[in-house]
Design a protein around this ligand. Sequence first.
Ligand code: PEP
Length: 232
Amino acid sequence: MIIASNFKTNHTRASTKDFLETLKAVGTTCEVRVFPPATALDCFALPAHIKVGVQNFYPAQSGSFTGEIGAEQVEEFEIESVLIGHSERRHLLKESTELVRQKYAFARAKDWEIIYCIGEPKEVREAGFDAVRAYVEEQLVGIDVRYERLIVAYEPVWAIGTGLSASLEQIQETHQYIKTRLNAPLLYGGSVNVENIGAIVGLEECDGVLVGSASWKKEAFVRMLEAVKTAH
Ligand code: PEP
């Protein structure tokens, strides 16, 4: 089971360190991933099951890309886990499909672990499951889904940061479809919290979760890890 926390634009360098120190003391069989803001990255001494990754990077070793971090900066911290395709980057930050594909190809060539996020906006979900399938299918175009360090996160846009998680039926139906297209571990993301995590990770096709807001308090994240343990 993979349990990932996306800090987004939250936490400082000091609080990230404190969060990770707390996690180190937690007994879990989960693979844990934490994505702090770039300013909080460091060479953390962590047990093998906890890895820090980057929320974003520019697909270049280094160069003139003002405001971005490239592989040189990522590798300084021995980081090799990256988020690509998160809906906030696609929609709020206007990251194009072309850039998403370039980032994917770059990370793959680097042999980094990729958590590739896909998921439909509200109007597509409302148009029915055929539309959801077509939308997700489009997000897989130009993506090597056989890459062995790929993890896919199904994150419906309308469920992210809204407090409105997809229903278990919606998650399962979409996961079942995605599993017909690829063999990578498959996560769910979208308003996962301490109360619903147990049922979500209990779904047959679900290999874990990517959590935003409900994971930012270290006590809550620890409770989620405990809830996963109880559910399995
Ligand atoms: C996310 O950032 O990937 C996410 C799922 O956020 P939240 O849990 O806040 O919906």
